[in-house]
Ligand binder design. Structure first.
Ligand code: NDP
Length: 292
């Protein structure tokens, strides 16, 4: 017998929303954890965002995710921001705390949760390909995590410089050296790099798409990560694996941010992914089934 007929509500506002698989993994995790929660994947146009946030507030939603194109625009409708969201300048997860809606950013933390089991980032040298929203979230968390060197490589140099400016104060505090370079032709991975991240949208929905990187600069010992969740096995990762690199797919980042979101919505102030290994497995399996 249910203890009542009221489910707790969460969800995601984006457009287009139909290809967003987050609902599958969150509902799988909730079933697994015995939480009577619903996750509503809602199609919300920019002009409807204020109304959607007001609706979630009025209905007492525990919180909600934001995806394209609302991660920055939502900030004006919130009551405050967590540290990562403030530094990144974008929110992907809103949490109701009392009568306040607070914006958090779990994208970069989700990435870190997949990286840390294979490599502790402190003191390491990282190359990020791309300088958009995903790159920004990852770069901020890596700098906060104390990496020694961050190289941002992007097609638009101006956007790479913008990202470098975003992390500059945190980098000075944590002793991270930040460099930028324009992406022209095939990028050669520097011999002293420990981690390379494809944080561009190349490969989304296309397993044959090529990230312009010299595959002969991949080497054993290098950790190569891709943010692309669908398909999880991108051409970039396949080439890196053939060269003996340790690879991390985009599902790890997606699952990590999902676990953190549920933790926040349950009322935790500092949720971690490591504490919920079983939930990680359930969520990852649900996504693998969807993408099979
Ligand atoms: P943005 O549009 O903000 O940024 C896209 C980036 O990709 C820019 O740096 C852009 O370069 C670069 N880019 C796109 N096409 C090319 C190309 N042909 N050659 C070189 N560079 C290119 O997108 P986001 O950062 O928000 O998202 C990027 C990807 O990350 C998406 O595919 C998304 O699905 C994924 N993502 C995955 C998450 C996960 O949990 N796994 C979470 C969040 C995002 P330029 O600036 O020069 O245009």
């Amino acid at each position: 017998m249910p203890s009542g007929f009221k489910s707790e509500l969460t969800g995601c506002f984006s457009t287009p929303c139909a290809d967003n698989p987050t609902v599958v993994m969150i509902e799988a995790a909730c079933r697994h954890a015995g939480l009577d929660w619903r996750y509503v994947n809602a199609e919300v146009q920019p002009e409807g965002l204020a109304g959607a946030v007001a609706g979630a507030r009025a209905m007492g939603w525990r919180g909600f995710n934001l995806s394209m194109p609302h991660k920055v625009a939502v900030i004006q409708h919130l009551d405050g921001l967590g540290e990562s969201a403030r530094l990144i300048g974008a929110v992907n997860c809103v949490v109701r705390r009392g009568d306040k809606l607070i914006g958090e950013n779990t994208d970069g933390k989700g990435f870190l949760s997949s990286l840390v089991p294979v490599l502790e980032p402190r003191g390491k040298s990282v190359v990020i390909l791309g300088a958009g929203g995903a790159a920004r979230a990852i770069a901020v968390e890596l700098v906060l995590g104390g990496i020694a060197r961050l190289s941002i490589v992007n097609r638009s140099l101006a956007r790479a410089e913008e990202l470098a400016a975003v992390v500059r104060s945190a980098a000075a505090l944590h002793g991270t050296v930040v460099t930028v370079a324009p992406w022209r032709g095939d990028c050669a991975i520097p011999a002293d790099a420990d981690v390379v991240v494809n944080a561009t949208s190349i490969g989304l929905g296309d397993a044959t798409a090529r990230v312009p990187v010299s595959a002969d600069t991949f080497r054993a010992g290098l950790v190569v990560a891709d943010v692309i969740p669908n398909p999880p096995r991108t051409r970039f990762l396949a080439e890196a694996e053939r060269a003996g690199c340790t690879i991390l797919d985009g599902l790890g980042m997606l699952v990590g941010q999902g676990v953190l979101g549920i933790g926040y919505w349950k009322g935790l102030t500092l949720p971690t992914v490591a504490a919920d290994a079983e939930m990680v497995t359930v969520m990852r399996r649900s996504l693998e089934e969807v993408f099979a």
